[in-house]
Design a protein around this ligand. Structure first.
Ligand SMILES: NC(=O)c1ccc[n+]([C@@H]2O[C@H](COP(=O)([O-])OP(=O)(O)OC[C@H]3O[C@@H](n4cnc5c(N)ncnc54)[C@H](O)[C@@H]3O)[C@@H](O)[C@H]2O)c1
Ligand SMILES: [Fe+2]
Length: 354
């Protein structure tokens, strides 16, 4: 910040991280260096547009000169959306990537720094922010290369106190990114190489990171999460489109929603991607070197890290399925799935996972 003549950051975080010791230490250190600090933490678990508007109002009122996002994907996404909004004042969803809104991101944006405290979304290295509509709760994706952080401090020490359930859910989000990116329909050998290596790191470390955390396992999870976000520049797929509606409708945590749906979504994708599944199975050192081997591995992994096999265990009911299928077919992730997904496919996948 000093190098860039900046001395008044808006720190965007969530209400839980704002109370943690490492967060207090970061703000204390900044103040001791004569840097004025404004903290904005009034955000939802699944962030909505009004969170972004409120944060931008604070930035304006406090005359901040840069933005630091500290936290999980939720806090970093809100921080990134405020970075966009500071000099782009049309309705936030005019910049929705799905309708080509990225072309309107033309003005300068404030200096942006990210500090992840979960190992899952990889949002710290991303160019997009996922923000939901306050009323419909549909998740929209704001995207522009201008929204990349200028510098990222990915320090696994900040994840050492992350509770087991959050470590499991966020870690499975990272695994979902890497698996979906690897099989996504475009050809992108760079992303595919990164995804396979990250799958290997997660395989080596996720159970340890959840059940007996040490710095090595937490470090591997943090780097694999960041690699996932690089890999999924290639695209995501059916699992994220199954997961997003659960967050919209039932406020389910994003990683947990992915974790439960991942084995079912991967099973759906085997047909036509047999070679890629063989490569994933080899990366996971499975005896059964095929798609079903991967699906069985995922169910067992969920078991070992206390993630349920069924959507009914996380509050989904039969009467939700039609609305979920409507939201899933409208979602931005599945057009990159290796095979097309219909509304009926979504309905059937939800029913199978129920
Ligand atoms: N931008 C992207 O590319 C991208 C990709 C995937 C997901 N997302 C978005 O990210 C969000 C999910 O992010 P997430 O999975 O990191 O969860 P999160 O940000 O919701 O954090 C999960 C919980 O962990 C707590 N927490 C965070 N760090 C902690 C720490 N070090 N110690 C103790 N508790 C801590 C938080 O307060 C919160 O209660 C969703 O909104 C999702 O849509 C964005
Ligand atoms: Fe995700």
């Amino acid at each position: 910040m000093k190098k860039n003549n900046l001395n008044s950051p808006l720190i965007v975080t969530d209400p839980v991280v704002a109370t943690l010791d490492f967060f207090k230490k970061i703000t204390k250190d900044l103040i001791s260096k004569n840097i004025g600090v404004t903290v904005f933490s009034d955000i939802h678990k699944n962030p909505v547009k009004s969170d972004v508007y409120k944060g931008t109002d604070v930035y304006d009122a406090e005359k901040n000169d840069c933005i630091i996002g500290i936290g999980g994907g939720a806090a970093i996404d809100v921080a990134r959306a405020i970075v966009l909004r500071v000099n782009h004042r049309e309705d936030l969803f005019k910049y929705d990537d799905l309708i080509g809104g990225d072309v309107y991101v033309t003005n300068d944006v404030p200096h942006f720094i990210t500090i992840p405290t979960t190992a899952g979304t990889g949002s710290e290295v991303g160019r997009s922010a996922i923000i939901a509509d306050d009323i419909t709760h549909q998740k929209k994706i704001l995207f522009s290369p201008k929204l990349l952080a200028k510098i990222i401090f990915a320090d696994p020490m900040l994840t050492m106190e992350l509770p087991a359930a959050v470590t499991a859910a966020t870690g499975m989000d990272a695994l979902t990114h890497n698996m979906e990116a690897y099989i996504a329909k475009m050809s992108h050998p760079l992303c595919e190489g990164i995804a396979l290596e990250a799958i290997s790191l997660i395989h080596q470390s996720i159970e340890q990171a959840v059940n007996q955390p040490d710095l090595k396992s937490r470090s591997n999870m943090m780097i694999a999460s960041l690699m996932g976000a690089v890999a999924f520049q290639k695209g995501l797929g059916v699992v994220h489109s199954l997961a997003h509606p659960l967050s919209s409708l039932l406020d389910t945590h994003h990683g947990l929603a992915n974790a439960v749906n991942l084995p079912y979504g991967m099973e759906f994708n085997i047909e036509g991607s047999e070679d890629k599944f063989r490569r994933i199975a080899r990366t996971l050192e499975l005896k059964e070197e095929n798609g079903l081997g991967v699906v069985n591995y995922l169910f067992e992994l969920n078991n070992n890290i206390n993630i349920p096999h069924k959507l009914s265990s996380i509050g989904v009911k039969e009467e939700h399925l039609n609305t979920l299928a409507d939201l899933a077919i409208a979602d931005f992730a599945h057009p990159n799935n290796p095979k097309p997904v219909t509304r009926t496919d979504f309905y059937n996948l939800y029913s199978k996972a129920l």
